[in-house]
Design a protein around this ligand. Sequence first.
Ligand SMILES: [Fe+2]
Length: 435
Amino acid sequence: MSRRDIAWYENDLLKDMYIKASSNAFRGYHSPIISPKTTFVGTNSLNDFINHLSAYLSDDDRRVLIVVDKDLHKFGERVANRLSKRNIDSKFYDNVLPDVPKHTVLEGAKICEEYDPKVILAVGGGSAMDTAKLILLFYEKPEININNMSAPYYAGLRRRVKILAAIPTTSGTGAETTFIAVVTDTDRDPPKKTEVVLYEFCPDFVVLHPDFVKTMPANLTTGTGMDALAHSMGSYMLTMSTLFTDMHNLKAIELILKYLPRSVKRGSDMEAREKMQIAAYIAGIGFGNISGGIEHSLGHSFGALFHVHHGICVGLFLCASIAFQAKVTNRFFDLAKLFGIKIQDRDRAEILRDLLVSLRNFMDEVNCPLSIQELDNPNIPKEEYKKQIDQMVDFAFNDYCTLSSTRRINPPQYRKILETAYENKLEDLMDLFYK
Ligand SMILES: [Fe+2]
């Protein structure tokens, strides 16, 4: 496979250079803060957003491509109706598929060639938002090689489309705030998820309207909420963190610990729904401006082969990610404090153990499985899981999030975590800290 056919972060030399360049010595040299221009929040947020579009778009530019999940047409139609009242035309692209296969993005870009939208608006979960970002890229830069998009993180977008916007219908992915999109490169065998990082992927406008998340089923509330928790806790463990990302991540964790259990138990609890919407958004800014942790490399790899919801995947590896990195950093002390754990005059291992126990209790409370053997949809027999470990190690080691790990991680260490994850016994997790 040539260098052009693999992502830049799979190249050993570039991987090494990136890890060195993002070490403490370089911190503060290159740390831009990327976030949406305007976020409309609350029950009038959709009106606010459409009023803004109406004032901004000239008579020749009043065309919006709505990228919407197939089963969420009702939300797309609600937006389209409001747009038409302000004389703004819209067209749907609804072939949004989980894991964003590359051909769907190219299909969307082709529609843009015919329709010439001036706004691309995602209405949906992470896949819809990632599809919208990638449609923008392939429409405006069809010649781009997505495997080669490292620094300077700019491609020169928004020359044809003026605005990228998002209305999330789940509370977790943070894709409404991040400048990353994941696409499944189906030209590779086996197909591999590739993370495309581009500052211009951060949506200009975001609408956080509680109506768009209130009917989320309990299992999706759990999965997406665990994703938000993994974003904030996983990235807080990274020594690449900044004051800016810490502020967002810590507040997000506090909100999730308080409001996710309520959202799961009673979906009609609108206070909990609204707080989770904010929590997921600020966790998105927190982790989006650094990176996910190794729970994300592992979750991406496991999810690509066993097709479990992304939030559950990263939740399954969150304790391991914290325990593995705790060997070289005390950043988990702040996480422990949020769970009400005493820090002063205590042994580091005791604090970590209490944190893992509290996190596992929390996961149990929100109905998130604690190990791979506890999964029931799909049920994964141990033998079947073991057969895929080599492939998962390879995927995880070549994942973008591996670059940011506070503790350098190699393939044998990934193997140990993956073996541990089948049962995820507390003692085995603690072993990742001791060894
Ligand atoms: Fe995630």
